[in-house]
Design a protein around this ligand. Structure first.
Ligand code: NAD
Length: 498
């Protein structure tokens, strides 16, 4: 059985705690590897190495740090196939989705290649008589990132791409469910010329997370995962005096106005609801058709499309989605489907009995469609994170704006319409952090910033872009006045005509 080790100070390090986690192949249901789970002592050793390395890295000029990022991007691109296959084999998403996972992370690395520009600071000449004021952004020191299973390449790169480029060293605690690609990223960073100790990968569970939150030398923690844990990480990390950003769960709505281009809309919703088996924080698990005519037409088209969905193993290039990540997660999804039935929603398509021939023990689940879901139902209020689409019928635009606005989550939302005025008003009023107008998954490009509202994000700094630069640096402002007149010493060094 393969053992997945930590990657600390530029080398693989075997686990010392004696605790290991199972890493499954979701296609077969078999355990394919064991991952070491770190304790506080192992985390402490990594932090020591990171703190030592950070001093020299912070003193390295930003264009040299950017060159390492540039080479890292080149190496990851060169190994795209190897990394995407490895990612799929532990996560279960199809290889095309794994490539997308890596590609979206690389876009943040591209942003990091321009870090000298982002770090230029500000300058005011003559803020007072003979007084100049300038501010600079300095790295924090050792910082940490704790990431979820669903984007094991993109989300680590969101965090360490910016954090390292600005001069910090980084402890990555990836999800213990699919930890291999994060380790490969650490190795490739070294190969790209990154110094040992700048990007460390320490595997673990709650024990390791708690050690990160309490460690006095870790200055900031960036977290992405489910909301209850995000809230816990935010509260615990800030109580230890750390800067914390903690992104949580989601329940994104698609609003379908009567004038929407229904062909395009259905195509977009199918991809956003069922792609990656619904295991995306920017998935669209709720569709809100406005008016009964829209609802009937949408339901009919969705049923046609669902019939043609192809589910397969993650290496099957023709499959639209693969298995979910673990048997426990599959069980959670099927429990929610049963709850939806018990709550009185109409289960129009039931994917619970789906079996893939030859892979009966894999964690597969077919597509599911609920109609007549009501806002008071738990299955509407909570995140399911599986291939389950819920139709919540609205009578008016006002009702449609209110649904995502009142929901506990506020990550993403999309409106499908041909009416620019309705779209504009929707974008202005809806209480959600990321809005798509005829765009189903409005993940901002790397040089903008990613972040939701309400229980989808704790703390006030978004991921990547200039928000990321601000999160991973502290501002120092210098107010300077120089003595008037030339001293004899300066007259000596300034050449004159005499
Ligand atoms: P998770 O909350 O179970 O795990 C996230 C991280 O927290 C992992 O590294 C895990 O090891 C650690 N962890 C787990 N239990 C812990 C505990 N009790 N105490 C401390 N740490 C703990 O999330 P997941 O299942 O890996 O990922 C899916 C979730 O992440 C979904 O809720 C999804 O919406 C969310 N997500 C959010 C975003 C976003 O940007 N808002 C992006 C991707 C995923």
């Amino acid at each position: 059985m393969r053992d997945i080790q930590h990657f600390v100070n530029g080398a693989a390090v075997a686990g010392q705690s004696g605790r290991f986690g199972d890493v499954f192949d979701p296609n077969t249901g078999e355990v394919q590897a064991h991952v070491a789970l770190a304790d506080a002592g192992e985390l402490g050793t990594a932090v020591q190495a990171a703190a030592r390395a950070q001093i020299g890295w912070a003193a390295t000029n930003p264009q040299r740090r950017a060159r390492v990022m540039f080479e890292f991007k080149r190496l990851v691109e060169a190994r795209m196939d190897e990394l995407a296959n490895l990612l799929s084999s532990e996560h279960g998403k199809v290889v095309a989705d794994s490539r997308g996972d890596i590609q979206r992370g690389l876009e943040v690395i591209e942003f990091a290649c321009g870090i000298p520009h982002a770090l230029k600071g500000e300058y005011t000449e003559g803020a007072g008589p003979g007084i100049d004021v300038y501010s600079m952004r300095q790295p924090l020191g050792v910082v940490a990132g704790i990431t979820p299973f669903n984007f094991p390449a993109m989300i680590p790169m969101w965090m360490f791409g910016v954090a390292i480029a600005v001069g910090n060293s980084f402890i990555l605690k990836p999800s213990e469910k699919d930890p291999s690609v994060p380790v490969r990223l650490g190795e490739l960073f070294m190969e790209a010329g990154g110094p040992a100790g700048i990007l460390n990968v320490v595997h673990g569970d709650k024990v390791c997370v708690d050690a990160i939150l309490a460690h006095p030398d870790i200055r900031a923690v960036s977290f992405v995962g489910s909301s209850d844990i995000a809230q816990y990480v935010y509260a615990t990390g800030t109580s230890h005096g750390k800067r914390v950003q903690a992104m949580g769960g989601a329940k994104n709505h698609a609003i379908i106005m009567p004038d929407a281009d229904l062909d395009q809309t259905v195509n977009d919703i199918m991809g956003a609801a069922y792609g990656s088996a619904g295991e995306r924080c920017m998935a669209l698990p709720v569709a809100v058709p406005v008016g009964s005519k829209t609802a009937e037409a949408l339901r009919e088209r969705l049923l046609d499309e669902i019939e043609t969905l192809k589910i397969g193993v993650s290496s099957d290039a023709a499959a639209q989605y693969g298995p979910v990540v673990t048997a426990a997660h599959r069980q959670k999804i099927t429990d929610y489907i049963q709850l939806g039935v018990d709550e009185g929603a109409e289960l129009v398509v039931d994917g619970r009995d789906f079996k893939l021939q030859g892979f009966e023990a894999g964690f597969f689940i077919g597509p599911n469609l609920f109609d007549h879901v009501k806002p008071e139902m738990r299955t509407y209020q909570e995140e399911i994170f599986g291939p389950v689409l819920q139709l919540v019928r609205a009578e008016s635009f006002e009702e449609a704006v209110a649904l995502p606005s009142k929901h506990q989550y506020g990550n993403g939302v999309a409106i499908f319409t041909r009416n620019g005025r309705a779209a504009r008003e929707f974008a202005a009023r809806v209480e959600v952090g990321m809005v798509g107008i005829n765009v189903p998954i409005p993940v901002p490009v790397a040089y903008h910033s990613f972040g939701g509202w309400k229980r989808s994000a704790f703390g006030d700094a978004n991921q990547h872009g200039m928000e990321g630069v601000r999160f991973f640096t502290k501002v120092k402002t210098v107010t300077a006045r120089w003595p008037e007149g030339m001293s004899e010493d300066s007259a000596f060094v300034i050449p004159t005509m005499q």
